[in-house]
Design a binder for this molecule. Structure first.
Ligand SMILES: [Fe+2]
Ligand SMILES: [Fe+2]
Length: 183
């Protein structure tokens, strides 16, 4: 399989699930910065959220079905897997609420809570859970999980074609190396 293209300096095209997850956190983190920025306008936050919601789904669902599932099947990280599921569920609920929120002030409040919540979730994954998982598993197994992650991601993005970031879907389907995330 061809290496996945990236504009991020530290991404090497690895299929290791840990590397893929770290890579996919990047666009979420950029959107979070806008969503929690007190200086950003309603319009800017709304635009960021509209990109954030499908990007989050395309990351969180495959993450649950690969990495979280593996943690829950093992012995040492069952609680972390369950905690991750619960946090994803709460983020989903907030996203759904936000899609229905028309009052601007309420939207601004909710979008900030969502941003800070997911930021904390990502920090926990990056600083604690992923390093621990990497230490406890073989690179072969993480590579298999990574392939599964990409497959699921492509399927999810295909199903939600109205919402999905289009360039990314095309890239995953074809393995082309000419486009990357929109910024
Ligand atoms: Fe997660
Ligand atoms: Fe994640």
């Amino acid at each position: 399989m061809k290496a996945r293209p990236s504009q991020e300096k530290d991404f090497t095209g690895s299929l290791d699930i840990v590397d893929l997850i770290l890579h996919d956190h990047q666009p979420l983190k950029e959107l979070i910065e806008v969503m929690k920025d007190d200086e950003a306008t309603f319009r800017e936050k709304k635009e960021a959220f509209l990109e954030f919601a499908p990007t989050l789904v395309a990351h969180a669902k495959p993450e649950e079905q690969t990495w979280y599932l593996k943690m829950k099947e093992g012995k040492d990280m069952v609680f972390e897997g369950l905690e991750g599921d619960v946090e994803h569920g709460l983020a989903d609920q907030l996203c759904e609420e936000l899609k229905r929120t028309t009052d601007e002030d309420l939207f601004m409040a909710k979008v900030k809570v969502l941003a800070e919540f997911v930021q904390h979730h990502i920090e926990e994954e990056e600083e604690e859970m992923l390093p621990e998982f990497r230490k406890k598993t073989s690179s072969e197994m993480r590579g298999e999980l990574g392939q599964r992650y990409l497959q699921l991601q492509a399927e999810i993005e295909e199903m939600g074609s109205d919402d999905a970031p289009h360039e990314r879907l095309m890239r995953l389907k074809s393995g082309v190396t000419t486009s990357d995330y929109r910024h």
